[in-house]
Design a protein around this ligand. Structure first.
Ligand SMILES: NC(=O)c1ccc[n+]([C@@H]2O[C@H](COP(=O)([O-])OP(=O)(O)OC[C@H]3O[C@@H](n4cnc5c(N)ncnc54)[C@H](O)[C@@H]3O)[C@@H](O)[C@H]2O)c1
Length: 310
């Protein structure tokens, strides 16, 4: 059992990671400013400190607590906002990380786990699925900030002996994903369908993504923490699914038949995205366990319950 600080644990992926870490017997303290997360997402048994990761308070808190692991899931995660307000994205996603790292200057450093991105870091891919050594050509400030974050961790490794893992996540979906943002197409489609509204598909719908179920992502973090696995790892399924195909599967799972509307393609959107998880499999035995149809079924069930409660 280890003492773990989890930033962003009141958010979508963070809350599943919190459950995973608790189930493995760790003590978990969440730092979250609740800017997009909420208290209801925090599982019983976790401490919650409502703090901004950029604040001096967060730094003081961390240095006093002396955690053995920091799992860093807090982020500004809207690609669109990162292009509208690059300074804000960089402040949260890069400065925020440095502030956390600085808490341990001259002290014993925890093992760091960064939630990076496999969807936005490689840019328009040259090979499919992309392995970790694929060229890094991000098309957004968000993707760039995640890459820069990885580089900071690596600098800390070389200069101060930091041990860390960077997990480059594909498109994550599942229960508790926020359906109001611009990301999270599975959550957005499910919610619209249950509300009887017409979902919008941007562009032709033939753009592809690699959809990984949130519990599988949480399991990857659990294993990395259990074994202190160092390195950079893609966490995806290596399966490409078009948005049109995804929409068909979601409408079938929701048992709602509404024709989606088509809108203009989003500027800067990648056409295809799909990542190779062979390195994670070799290093800590991870592979995705939840196929897309099962994952969509579980997600649709969650949004069906939510729609009924409204
Ligand atoms: N959702 C995906 O498909 C996906 C894919 C790749 C990587 N990621 C990464 O996974 C992590 C979690 O993403 P998510 O989808 O759960 O998003 P989310 O918005 O649900 O979670 C982010 C959490 O961070 C908190 N937060 C934001 N700014 C903060 C700050 N300044 N101080 C303290 N807390 C702050 C929010 O309140 C929220 O609870 C992020 O780092 C994101 O970049 C997500």
């Amino acid at each position: 059992m280890a003492k773990v600080v989890l930033t962003g644990g009141a958010g979508f992926i963070g809350s599943h990671i919190a459950e995973e870490l608790l189930s493995r017997g760790h003590s978990v303290t969440i730092i979250d400013d609740l800017s997009s997360g909420c208290r209801e997402n925090v599982p019983a048994g976790c401490g919650l400190e409502v703090m901004d990761i950029r604040s001096p308070e967060a730094r003081t808190f961390l240095s006093k607590l002396e955690p053995e692991y920091v799992v860093h899931a807090a982020a500004q995660m809207s690609v669109r906002l990162s292009m509208e307000d690059p300074a804000f994205d960089t402040h949260v996603n890069v400065y925020g990380l440095i502030n956390l790292l600085q808490a341990f200057h001259g002290r014993k450093q925890p093992f760091f786990v960064l939630l990076s991105t496999g969807g936005a870091i490689y840019g328009e891919q040259e090979t499919f699925p992309a392995a970790e050594n694929h060229p890094i050509v991000p098309a957004s400030v968000y993707g760039l900030a995640k890459y820069v974050s990885e580089l900071y961790l690596d600098l800390w490794r070389r200069q101060f002996g930091l041990r860390y893992a960077a997990l480059r996540l594909a498109n994550v979906y599942g229960p508790r994903q926020n359906p109001h943002g611009e990301a999270g197409v599975v959550a957005i489609f499910c919610q619209k369908l249950f509300l009887g509204e017409t979902p919008l598909i941007n562009g032709s719908g033939e753009q592809t993504r690699d959809f990984v179920y949130v519990k599988d992502v949480a399991a990857a973090v659990g294993s990395v923490v259990a074994e202190s696995v160092e390195g950079t790892f893609n966490i995806g399924t290596a399966v490409e699914t078009s948005v049109n195909r995804l929409y068909e599967a979601i409408s079938a799972a929701c048992e709602v038949n509404i024709q989606a509307a088509k809108g203009p393609a989003k500027a800067g959107e990648q056409m295809r995205s799909c990542i190779d998880y062979g390195r994670a499999k070799a290093a800590f035995g991870w592979s995705p366990r939840t196929g897309l149809s099962k994952g969509i079924e579980l997600t649709a069930e969650f949004f069906r319950r939510q729609a009924k409660e409204k």
